[in-house]
Design a protein around this ligand. Structure first.
Ligand code: SAM
Length: 199
């Protein structure tokens, strides 16, 4: 009997064939097509970046005049000369500040986060951790994203998701806040991407 592939397997095979480290790249591509996130010369911060497919895509989009900084708990193999990678927990504010000082970056043009907690198997716990991480990304973006810059954050829907969305909308730092799904997400995934602009 011939082997059957689901559409999700196809994303992974396509990523491998096109030299990307993860199928997640097609999520960023779709978001970039819809919101025009990336431009040549940009300074981009990618939080939760391993294994690095978003870094690969962003590196090409910003070009030699731009720069991409990736952070993850996991080690990330070198990507390109315009990408620097760091290994630490993004909830550690002191490490974020030190890294940006060392990189000589005050403000960035774009904050991306495809961050996901390591799954515990308990749906509510994973969802809660995902929202906690989203708050940590928002805190970094609030301090370091330029006015009118986009912030993109993956978060799992459920539990306290509505509260997170309400907090973002009322915080006063953000405008044009959208919660959107992308085609490359697994069919039953609860992940959504929050896309917003800094005031
Ligand atoms: C879905 S993966 C990101 C995939 C990436 N966008 C790509 O295209 O290769 C989510 C990542 O979030 C990272 N992560 C989870 N919690 C983190 C934390 N507190 N600090 C830094 N990275 C974290 C995980 O280690 C994992 O590599």
């Amino acid at each position: 009997m011939p082997k059957r592939y689901t559409p999700n397997d196809n994303w992974s095979r396509k990523a491998a064939a096109e030299g990307y480290r993860a199928r997640s790249v097609y999520k960023l591509m779709e978001l970039d097509e819809r919101f025009t996130l990336l431009h040549p010369g940009m300074m981009v911060l990618d939080l939760g970046a391993a294994p690095g497919s978003w870094l690969q895509y962003a590196s090409k989009a910003v070009g030699r005049q731009g720069k991409v900084i990736g952070v993850d708990l996991q080690a990330i193999d070198e990507v390109a000369p315009n990408v620097s990678v760091h290994r630490f927990d993004i909830t550690n504010d002191a490490k974020i500040e030190t890294m940006l000082e060392e990189e000589e970056v005050g403000y960035v043009d774009l904050v991306l986060s495809d961050i996901a907690p390591s799954t515990s198997g308990v749906k509510d716990v994973d969802q809660w951790r995902s929202v906690e991480l989203a708050h940590a990304v928002l805190a970094v973006a609030t301090r370091h994203l330029k006015k009118d810059g986009f912030c993109v954050i993956k978060v799992f829907r459920g539990g306290d998701f509505d509260e997170l969305l309400r907090d973002i909308k009322t915080a006063g730092h953000w405008r044009d806040v959208r919660a959107t799904k992308v085609q490359a997400s697994r069919d039953r995934s609860r992940e959504v991407y929050l896309v917003m602009k800094k005031r």
